[in-house]
Design a protein around this ligand. Structure first.
Ligand code: BTN
Length: 242
């Protein structure tokens, strides 16, 4: 992972570019850009991606796995992120399924997109944005977002990427060999939601639940107010109200 890097000063979105070249690219190819003109967040949101503020990159993967397991790669990326940050002296947690939190605010997000035929994966693009040097954020997200710089950490872009690729590769290889143990253990240890009251937000509204565990597939197990346990599948919902 990251042996082969295509670097841009400016691009619309590293995810969009990666998806376009993925059919003809090798697994492990990485697209990085200094800025993105139309960076994408989850659920159609924008990911503001100015030069000298963050890292914006996408990894092309071609795992031979069932489509059911594809969303686990978001969890692999999240686990790789918190463990590489830890090695650089930064304590962070994961707000399931894919937000990385430092001191109660978001510093990084992951957007996984894929293409599959019938139930066979053609490729997966894991896109990651990290707020490194931002001094301020747009008003709507100012209270919820932060950067490593704002939290007092001076992290070098190159060093961060090298460490991240190493961590990601380790956990990814383990996952390909059929073992999710290390990733799950990081997800549990570094969870920002476990043992807390959280809100599940979906089309029908907001439901208060209690986050109980992360299962062996990376799904969130929640206890409803009536005491029943429900499995929340990765990527299906978002959780707020921490
Ligand atoms: C989120 O909503 O939290 C996910 C944000 C993902 C942003 C990254 S930046 C690199 C890659 N290219 C994009 O357009 N989006 C992802």
């Amino acid at each position: 992972i990251g042996q082969n890097i295509e670097y841009f000063k400016s691009i619309d979105s590293t995810n969009t570019f990666a998806k376009n070249i993925a059919p003809k690219s090798d697994e492990g190819m990485v697209i990085i850009s200094d800025e993105q003109i139309s960076g994408k967040g989850r659920v159609g949101r924008e990911w503001i991606s100015k030069e000298n503020e963050g890292i914006y990159f996408s990894i092309i993967l071609k795992p031979d796995i069932d489509i059911m397991n594809a969303s686990f790669l978001t969890q692999v990326a999240g686990a790789a992120m918190v463990s590489s940050l830890e090695k650089m002296g930064v304590e962070s947690t994961i707000k399931w399924p894919n937000d990385i939190i430092v001191n109660g605010k978001k510093i990084s997000g992951i957007l996984t997109e894929m293409s599959a035929e019938i139930d066979q994966i053609s490729y997966i693009v894991v896109g990651i944005g990290v707020n490194l040097y931002n001094q301020s954020f747009e008003e709507e997200i100012e209270s919820k977002a932060t950067s490593l710089k704002k939290e007092g950490y001076d992290i070098d872009k190159k060093e961060f990427l090298q460490r991240f690729f190493l961590e990601f590769e380790d956990l990814y290889k383990e996952f390909l060999s059929g073992d999710k143990e290390s990733t799950i253990s990081i997800l549990r240890k570094k969870s920002a939601v476990l043992d807390k009251e959280v809100y599940i937000i979906d089309r029908t509204g907001k439901t208060k639940v209690y986050a109980r565990d992360i299962d062996e597939n990376g799904n969130l197990l929640v206890e409803k107010e009536n005491g029943s346990i429900e499995t929340i599948f990765t990527g299906e919902i978002s959780i707020r109200g921490l």
